[in-house]
Design a protein around this ligand. Structure first.
Ligand code: GN1
Ligand code: MG
Length: 353
């Protein structure tokens, strides 16, 4: 990492570097230099992001666009160039690195107060709003079909067919639950394809822990993790925040009785998001609950696919971790279905306000 860090145009020489963050894909380090400066060094997982050049072009284009709009109290991430004028570099092991300004603050895996969650809704709502006039078609599709749910079904079916680890028979209950929802799960992609939902610049990984909060004021400072910024639908961005932050248990909870959707938090987020993002259309607003359900189902499919394929994609902490994650997400889908009418009423209520 030090060798890579030395290639960036930064102040001082590295005196310490320690791991930070909880991403499932990239590795992140906090670096301090003898000039008293702090930086974030991130190793880009090139198995997932095969084209780091295009990835960084997206990130830079989006952050520059936002920087023109934010008021001085807000921030957006700042990336450093290498001495060769690039926004990323390789090291002697062929790994790919980028360097970003360190911004003081903290991230949460579950909201501690309603206010925390509301702040994250404002941050993601503003993000969407600030990018409403960004030409979505100029962005690279760094991960093609990332939130194309029918394609995720296709990949799951392929994994079941190949069954390289011989695990398919052990997950029949989960597969039945997923397959029973295949038609509904494809509706968002279909609406997008038919042009009935606007194509927007979306973040695509709108977890609460991708919002940096100020330790003193607990206000949102900025949105992090811009790797998956691509053209997409706001429903999935809204939905992923709900999936993660309005759940009563963590994404990989083993005790399924603890996993449910918290309707109060659902309302808190919906209110904040709609307040901050006035460009949402009527169709988008009315479909917000569906966004939450489909993205949760989609992630369950992705975790289950990775489990069947031998855990190549998501980092795991123990054998079976991806299955635990998939089960927790499916329980959340089930609970959303049980509370469906309430979710819709909440969206209507927040919309009228
Ligand atoms: C991955 O690495 P992280 O935690 O930011 C994944 C998301 C998933 C998320 C689940 C590029 O994000 O799509 O929703 O895990 N990112 C990628 O926690 O696949
Ligand atoms: Mg991410």
């Amino acid at each position: 990492m030090e060798e890579a860090f030395n290639q960036f145009l930064v102040e001082g020489r590295l005196v310490s570097g320690k791991p930070c963050g909880h991403g499932h894909i990239n590795r992140t380090f906090l670096v301090e230099t003898d000039a008293g400066k702090k930086y974030i060094m991130q190793q880009i997982n090139t198995h997932v992001f095969k084209n780091p050049k295009e990835l960084m072009e997206n990130v830079i284009a989006v952050t520059e666009h936002i920087r023109k709009k934010v008021d001085p109290a807000e921030q957006t991430l700042h990336f450093f160039k290498t001495k060769d004028g690039n926004y990323y570099c390789g090291d002697q092991d062929g790994q790919c690195w980028r360097c970003c300004e360190f911004v003081e603050g903290f991230c949460l895996d579950l909201p501690e107060t309603d206010r925390d969650f509301y702040e994250s809704a404002l941050a993601f709502g503003r993000f969407q709003q600030q990018l409403a006039d960004f030409p979505a078609d100029t962005l690279h599709e760094t991960l093609p079909n990332f939130h194309n749910t029918p394609d995720r079904y296709r990949l799951l079916k392929e994994a079941v067919r190949s069954d390289v680890c011989g695990l398919a028979k052990t997950v029949q209950g989960e597969l039945d639950f997923i397959m029973a929802r295949e038609e509904e799960a494809g509706t968002i992609q279909k609406l997008l394809d038919d042009g009935r939902l606007p194509l927007r610049v979306t973040h695509n990984d709108t977890k609460l822990n991708n919002v940096l909060l100020d330790a003193k004021t607990r206000k949102a400072i900025c949105v992090l993790d811009l790797d998956t910024v691509m053209p997409g639908t706001s429903l999935m961005d809204f939905g992923d925040s709900i999936r993660f932050g309005a759940a009563t248990a963590e994404e990989d909870a083993r005790d399924l009785d603890k996993m449910a959707i918290d309707l109060h938090l659902f309302e808190v987020y919906t209110k904040g998001y709609l307040e901050a993002c006035s460009s949402m259309t009527e169709d988008e607003i009315s479909l917000l609950p569906l966004g939450a359900k489909i993205i949760t189902l989609e992630l369950a499919i992705r975790f289950l696919t990775d489990h069947l394929e031998g855990d190549h994609y998501f980092k795991v902490s123990y054998p079976g971790h991806n299955l635990v994650r998939a089960k927790a997400q499916l329980k959340l889908v089930k609970d959303m279905e049980a509370k469906w009418a309430d979710m819709q009423k909440i969206v209507e209520r927040c919309h009228k306000k």
